[in-house]
Design a protein around this ligand. Structure first.
Ligand SMILES: [Zn+2]
Length: 513
């Protein structure tokens, strides 16, 4: 039944095969929906390889694996250097509260942090409530050999929805008020020191602190954002003392013990290796075009990830979607009219670095780009495609959608003219270069606070059916764009559009947020 049904559906939805092209659509649809390999790809990437911090050994290993997969499918690929980044490897970590009682703490070393050089034991203190740099400097002697808590305290680690369920709207607003008050008080405490966060960290390190603890709870149970110390995207603020994220509950435990003078002592062990400034690589795979080899359809996703967990939904899912689409295309559309490229970028998290470098290094691809399809917001069903100011692209999408089985495109919102180039993800690197590039925006699917940049971005969070359908849709869009008329490039002129903006992610604070 499962084998017959899709074929029958195809006939009902798009009519009987009309020669070659309809049978390609049907073959792609059947391959993608009946013989999908995307869950296996996602499982290997998340579970065997894991996090892929830009230029780290994990990132390089992921590229090796993807190149081997593509090779098995008969697709050749290359590693293209896109500049350098600091390479870092996480090692073993253990964290225990040893006074006033024993408890193993749930935490991890923050990326680009130095390690502890063996096991370190020390008391725990919060940043002090003082006025001005001079008072702070006089206090600093107290910090020697201590672990310093750098983040705001969360009065509760129960999500807002739980307060609302058991206490109604009043309990929820009480929760929100307590949370805001704690954050505001902390922000005031930090700014009262009259120093930048970098200066505070530098002075604490110079005073010989044992290490730092932070927490950035998302508001969902057990879920923290895990950045390097600083939230600067470029690297960590700490260069001598190790910085660890702790769970909301364990951070709160240490905070209460420290603020009430109840003598917390922690033993911490954290290994980390700095491997120096290293080449960061994009992975570029190519299925050459038979008729218009100098025109391109580009399937785009970033392969790098933060290393708080496995980087499954940001952006493992987008990456395996593009790989699976390439597998399907190579099987059922091996000689495309236009060249099909898969770009798995590096350094998206540090400022779209890989895709920007690729766009700059490949003017021939920019000139010949028919369309780019990017995916980068989790595991949900593709729900919206913004024309990025290219209203003339809309009829093309509508024509393509008419050729695609309804189940894959039903409900997808096509937004025209849309708003071009507002940061976000790698498609912006191409929009800003003047080329037709589109983002396949997924349903939220608990992305923002459930997985994105967190310690819970793991394999179990995938939605297998949505991934399967998304990859099939991408393969069909690639096929139809590779065959169809050339897309227009002229954007609608509308004064209110902001100028094309690439992200500036060089500023920001982790423990002031
Ligand atoms: Zn992403």
């Amino acid at each position: 039944m499962r084998r017959i049904l899709p074929a029958l559906l195809m006939t009902l939805l798009i009519g009987p095969a009309r020669g070659q092209s309809s049978s390609v659509v049907e073959a792609i649809y059947q391959e993608g929906t009946e013989r999908s390999q995307i869950v296996d790809l996602a499982q290997y990437l998340a579970d065997v390889i894991g996090p892929r911090l830009t230029a780290s050994p994990g990132h390089e290993r992921a590229i090796d694996w993807a190149m081997a997969q593509l090779g098995n499918w008969g697709i050749s690929s290359t590693r293209e250097a896109q500049g350098t980044w600091r390479s870092w490897r996480r090692g073993l970590v253990s964290l225990d509260l040893i006074e006033p009682r024993l408890r193993s703490l749930e935490g991890q070393l923050l990326s680009w942090s130095p390690g502890t050089e063996g096991s370190v034991e020390g008391g725990v203190i919060t940043l002090p409530d003082l006025r001005g740099a001079e008072q702070f400097r006089n206090w600093l002697a107290m910090a020697e050999g201590q672990f310093v808590l750098l983040s705001a305290y969360e009065p509760t680690c129960r999500p807002a929805a739980v307060w609302e369920e058991y206490g109604g709207a009043a309990a929820r607003s009480e929760f929100e008020a307590r949370r805001k008050a704690a954050r505001d008080a902390w922000q005031t405490r930090v700014s009262n020191l009259g120093l930048t966060n970098q200066e505070i960290v530098d002075e604490l390190e110079a005073a010989g602190v044992a290490g730092f603890f932070t927490n950035l709870w998302t508001g969902e149970r057990g879920t923290d954002r895990v950045f390097p110390l600083s939230y600067s995207f470029r690297g960590a603020m700490n260069h001598r003392a190790a910085a660890f994220n702790l769970s909301c509950e364990d951070y709160g435990l240490l905070y209460r013990l420290a603020e009430r003078g109840q003598g917390p002592v922690v033993r911490a062990y954290g290994e980390a290796e700095h491997l120096g400034e290293t080449a960061a690589h994009n992975l570029i795979a190519v299925i050459p075009g038979r008729e218009l080899p100098g025109e391109y359809v580009l399937l785009s996703a970033h392969f790098d990830a933060w290393d708080g967990s496995s980087g499954m939904t940001d952006n493992g899912t987008g990456s395996v979607t593009m790989m699976e689409a390439a597998r399907i295309l190579k099987l059922h559309y091996p000689n495309p009219r236009r060249t099909i490229i898969v770009g798995l970028w590096s350094g998206e998290e540090q400022g779209l670095n890989g895709s920007r470098a690729y766009a700059a290094d490949h003017p021939e691809v920019i000139d010949g780009l028919q369309a780019l399809f990017n995916q980068d917001n989790g595991t949900g069903r593709i729900a919206r495609i913004d024309m990025q100011g290219l209203t003339g692209a809309l009829p093309h999408f509508k024509r393509w959608f008419n050729r695609i089985p309804r189940g894959l495109v039903e409900g997808i919102e096509l937004v025209a003219p849309g708003s071009p180039g507002q940061a976000g993800s790698d498609y912006v690197s191409f929009v800003c270069a003047g080329a037709p590039a589109f983002n396949l925006a997924s349903d939220e699917f608990d992305y923002r606070d459930g997985t994105w940049h967190t310690n819970r971005d793991t394999f179990d969070k995938i939605s297998p059916d949505d991934l399967r359908d998304n990859a099939t849709l991408v393969a069909l869009l690639a096929y139809l764009a590779a065959e169809g008329e050339r897309l227009p490039r002229a954007r609608d002129s509308r004064d209110e559009w902001p100028t094309c903006q690439l992200p500036d992610r060089s500023t920001g604070d982790r423990f002031r947020e």
